[in-house]
Design a protein around this ligand. Sequence first.
Ligand SMILES: [Cu+2]
Length: 125
Amino acid sequence: MSKKLALLLAAVVMMLTLSACGGSNDNGSAGNEASPAQEASQEIVIKATSWEFDQPEYVIPKDTPVKITVENLKGAHGVEVEGTDINIRGNDSQVVTLKAGTYPIRCSIVCGAGHAQMVSKITVK
Ligand SMILES: [Cu+2]
């Protein structure tokens, strides 16, 4: 009984540690994963202030490499795209290729009182 509990605790601790590591790794090595120099045929700029993104929706073409740039005009914000591994923190960019669909965006940096209302979406078509 107590051995089971200890194992369970160990598993939980490991999961927490792994997710913490994953988070900081994302940050440091975002540029050198998978494909090093994808050619983007288009760029969109997502401008963030405290506390909103400049557009309620960003439209990009499907199956096409697009450079997504995040500009922080006020405060420190990031763009996390639900259903993908895209997480652009701060003034940075990432080249992405997405399938058709709608992808919710939210701020990936806890930035203060309005953090929860920092949402938008990417429509890919
Ligand atoms: Cu934010």
